[in-house]
Design a protein around this ligand. Structure first.
Ligand code: ADP
Ligand code: AMP
Length: 217
């Protein structure tokens, strides 16, 4: 099963994915997390991606498509895709890649949220580089400030969550990524729109209800 989770940066894709994968026994594939892993390990891909990521721009399609095709293969084709596809070219290549394997996308979930809400979510986000857990300084605090509840790691602010880069990432979303929703609609896919401004638990319930109703059809 392949679920695509769309939405602007800060919509809550990573937060919701962690919950969805538990329920449906899928692998969470976040293109951003995979790229940060490459950077931390100093790979060639990580080095190539760094300048784009730090500027709030998209990493070139070909690098991302190869990386994600490998990740989907390793996940045995059972995954939730978070942050990919981010361009219409990536979406079309994903369809081709899946059809070569006799698979297709089972659900497209779209987290809908206003830019004004996103800015606070991103600048207040704190992440654990060790285990990938995500917090927020106001709405999802760790028990001890600056320390991950799950693994005791030190929480950090992602460099691309600084206000200047957040503005560019939002612009990039509107210029290049928002069109992916239209791509799926044009290709006859049902888009499951979710109000992502609600609380984390409410959004999870909405997503699960929609996915379950799809399975019932
Ligand atoms: P994305 O993966 O889409 O970039 P995240 O899941 O990392 O977004 O969430 C961005 C920030 O917003 C994090 O700090 C997270 O704790 C917080 N957050 C996520 N969902 C909600 C929500 N429904 N309400 C309030 N804060 C949220
Ligand atoms: P994220 O963790 O999803 O917010 O992604 C962080 C950064 O990684 C983005 O701002 C991009 O620079 C890069 N990135 C992640 N996914 C993709 C993708 N599918 N296509 C291009 N760049 C990506």
């Amino acid at each position: 099963m392949v679920i695509v989770l769309l939405g602007p940066p800060g919509a809550g894709k990573g937060t919701q994915c962690k919950r969805i994968v538990e329920k449906y026994k899928l692998v969470h594939l976040s293109s951003g997390d995979i790229l940060r892993g490459h950077r931390a390990n100093g790979t060639e891909l990580g080095k190539k991606a760094a300048e784009f990521m730090d500027a709030g721009k998209l990493v070139p399609d070909q690098l991302i498509i190869e990386m994600m095709a490998g990740a989907i293969e390793s996940a045995g084709g059972n995954c939730v895709l978070d942050g990919f596809p981010r361009t219409v070219v990536q979406a079309a290549e994903l369809d081709k890649e899946l059809s070569r394997k006799g698979q297709k996308i089972d659900a497209v979930v779209n987290l809908v949220i206003d830019d004004g809400v996103i800015e606070n979510r991103l600048t207040g986000r704190r992440s654990c580089p060790a285990c990938g857990a995500v917090y927020h300084i106001d709405t999802l605090k760790s028990k001890v400030e600056g320390v991950c509840d799950k693994c005791g790691g030190k929480l950090v602010q992602r460099t691309d969550d600084k206000p200047e880069v957040v503005k560019q990432r939002l612009a990039t979303y509107h210029q290049q990524t928002a069109a992916v929703v239209g791509y799926y609609a044009d290709n006859g896919r049902k888009i499951l729109d979710i109000d992502a401004e609600k609380s984390v638990d409410e959004v999870t319930s909405l997503v699960i209800d929609k996915l379950d109703s799809l399975a019932a059809v």
